[in-house]
Design a protein around this ligand. Structure first.
Ligand SMILES: *Cc1c(COP(=O)(O)O)cnc(C)c1O
Length: 337
């Protein structure tokens, strides 16, 4: 089976399993787990913030950020295809009582004028904007790598109005790799950033939420509130430390995505845009089949992908897929279509 559904399907390698086995642990709610503490320090260093917090999932990291930055009833300003809008079960409304103001942003990041127009001043009638939300890479728009200038430009009007900015950087290392910039250039203009250890970096569990000392202190409290305070979490943080060493391998996933996209585009019925990172979106309406049927046919050939919109199939490359796997997948897809 060649599993191209997501980079979340990566399994921990021997290095990670050995690290878990050997991890020094303690009760992390009492802040006595040295491995978690080390991971939090290293993660903060990586993204250039004062502090970071280990969280069980990217979704929890995002939801904690929304809660910490805002007051109930405020507005959250986000692209309409953001993960927080599409795939977090309305958590911003559920956990933090926010209303979401959506903009249709080119490349998924609102332009400075979209931000300026979308910001709401607090008044007797209006709750005001509590948070600007950015995403990089932008998942639903095809793993787009958003350059630091665009992030900084979006953040500026928010800053001028004292509105904090959160970056959903689940795959921010993919963005930095694709753009060949230090990740800190991307994270510099934002107040907090979440990134996933459990996607392309290959850890079995966990994400990091990073920001100022004060932000992380409050985030730690909210993590407990959301049921995310963990005990001997060094067992899962140790593979996370290994995962941080895997950033350079993301380049290879991007090359695989490029190969996949190029060849796939040549197959009858598949219309594929050149990918920017490890996500390949294929419009399959040209096959004349329902998208579900396309996915089923792929599955019969032992190739897994996911539906991503009415006529779109998403293929995602990752560290458990070799170049040979990609070539084999392409042969099978070509044979099937
Ligand atoms: C995967 C993802 C998340 C959430 O991460 P989980 O660990 O699956 O909860 C958040 N944002 C984006 C853009 C993602 O792709």
């Amino acid at each position: 089976m060649i599993d191209l559904r997501s980079d979340t399907v990566t399994k921990p390698d021997d290095r990670m399993r050995d690290a878990a086995h050997a991890a020094d642990v303690g009760d992390d709610v009492y802040r006595e787990d040295p491995t978690v503490a080390e991971l939090e320090r290293r993660a903060a260093d990586r993204v250039g913030t004062e502090a970071a917090l280990y969280v069980p999932s990217g979704t929890m990291g995002n939801q904690i950020a929304a809660r910490v930055h805002t007051e109930r009833g405020q507005e959250l300003l986000a692209d309409r295809k953001s993960h927080v809008v599409k795939y977090e079960l309305g958590g911003a409304a559920d956990h933090s009582n926010l209303q979401v103001r959506m903009v249709d942003a080119e490349r998924g990041v609102p332009s400075p004028s979209q931000v300026a127009d979308g910001l709401v001043e607090e008044s007797l009638h209006r709750p005001g904007t509590g948070l600007l939300w950015l995403e990089n890479t932008h998942n639903a728009r095809g793993g787009l790598a958003i350059d630091p200038e665009r992030i900084a430009a979006a953040a500026e009007p928010a800053r001028e109005h004292d509105v904090p900015v959160h970056l959903d950087g689940a795959r921010v290392f993919n963005a930095a790799t694709a753009l060949d910039v230090p990740v800190t250039e991307i994270t510099e203009p934002v107040d907090s950033v979440m990134f996933c250890l459990s996607k392309g970096l290959g850890a079995p569990i966990g994400s990091m939420l990073a920001g100022s000392e004060a932000f992380v202190e409050e985030a730690r409290r909210v993590r407990k509130l959301f049921g995310g305070g963990l005990r001997q979490a060094g067992i899962i943080a140790a593979p996370g430390l290994e995962a941080l060493e895997n950033v350079e391998d993301l380049e290879r996933d991007h090359e695989h995505a490029e190969l996949l996209a190029e060849e796939l585009d040549g197959i009858d019925g598949f219309d594929v845009q050149p990918p920017e990172t490890n996500i390949v979106l294929a419009d399959v309406s040209g096959t004349g089949l329902e998208t579900e049927a396309v996915i089923e046919r792929l599955e019969e050939e032992d190739v897994l992908a996911t539906q991503f919109g009415p006529s779109t199939v998403r293929f995602c490359t990752h560290r458990d897929v070799s170049r040979e796997d990609v070539e084999t997948a392409l042969e099978r897809i070509e044979a099937a279509f």
